[in-house]
Design a protein around this ligand. Structure first.
Ligand SMILES: Nc1ncnc2c1ncn2[C@@H]1O[C@H](COP(=O)(O)OP(=O)(O)OP(=O)(O)O)[C@@H](O)[C@H]1O
Length: 273
């Protein structure tokens, strides 16, 4: 359903404006950067319907940049992204937002109440002058329930802890009822219980998910396939057991890794310097 072909994204020269577009609005940049090192370099991948693809790799290897290219915030210097065979930049913004939701890494300062923030997820489904319907309110209630945050509905966003905010942002993404969900380090700030709960929820959703994760064991347990990135390129892609080998982990992260399979057939990865 999602296909990226030969994606390249180069940062502009030092001091130039970052080449960042707006989510869901605007047109592709005309003046594209032609200098600077490639941050994402010749990346091609496909994500099938219902699949969870994990993107892992060391700090600064281009994971978030790749995700931004896939969810139409950055325009590629070269290459294309297609959703159901259509170039994502040719889709109408509202049409794109009905299909794709994003839980990003560092959301802008949030104001207002939790309930209203989650209701924003319904905007792509509403006409410009329509009010929130009973169905919209039911969906918001249900999404907050899914992330165990209904008790926060009337709280102000400014009063939330980092972990509570993450859960509310996920609820907002779910309220969009997307078929494709992009998550950039969704377990940031979450305690271990909520990390497991959130990953279990993502699995239960049975949506198509592309998720950036740092925890290799979480990625192994919850992703159908893994794309291991190094220096903006895909170093390995495939099922967790094929990608998370001591050789791959050692080469990409510079650590000694041990990979075992437990009695339930789950991978257990441990590492040391
Ligand atoms: N708008 C930009 N302009 C210039 N350089 C950028 C821009 N965005 C990202 N970079 C650079 O691209 C590289 C990759 O950044 P990116 O955020 O994609 O890495 P990452 O793999 O997500 O890292 P982390 O694991 O630390 O979150 C970094 O060196 C970063 O400084």
């Amino acid at each position: 359903m999602l296909t990226a072909t030969d994606l390249v994204w180069r940062a502009g020269p030092a001091g130039s404006r970052p080449y960042v577009g707006r989510p869901f609005v605007g047109r592709p940049f005309v003046g594209r950067p032609i200098v600077g090192r490639p941050i994402v370099n010749q990346v091609s991948l496909q994500v099938a319907r219902g699949e969870t693809l994990g993107i892992v790799g060391p700090n600064g290897c281009g994971k978030s940049t790749l995700l931004r290219l896939l969810y139409r915030v950055l325009t590629p210097t070269q290459g294309q992204v297609h959703l159901h065979g259509q170039d994502i930049w040719r889709l109408d913004a509202r049409q794109f937002a009905r299909q794709v939701a994003v839980m990003g890494q560092s959301p802008p300062a949030l104001e207002g109440r939790v309930h209203d923030a989650v209701m924003m997820g319904r905007y792509p489904h509403q006409s410009r002058w329509s009010h929130d319907s009973a169905r919209d309110r039911a969906i918001v209630h249900d999404c907050l329930q899914q992330v165990s945050a209904n008790h926060l509905a009337n709280a102000t966003l400014a009063s939330l802890s980092g972990g509570e905010r993450q859960r509310v942002l996920l609820a907002r993404a779910l309220a969009q009822e997307p078929e494709l969900l992009f998550l950039d380090e969704p377990t940031n700030h979450l305690d271990i219980r909520y990390q497991l709960e959130l990953m279990a929820l993502i699995t239960r959703l049975q949506r198509t998910v592309v998720v950036v994760l740092h925890d290799l064991n979480l990625a192994a347990a919850h992703c159908d396939r893994i794309a291991l990135l190094q220096g903006g390129r895909i170093a390995a892609i495939g099922p967790p057991a094929e990608v998370f080998t001591p050789a791959h982990i050692g080469r990409v992260f510079g650590v000694r890794a041990q990979v075992e399979t437990d009695a339930q057939g789950k991978l257990r990865i441990s590492y040391a310097l």
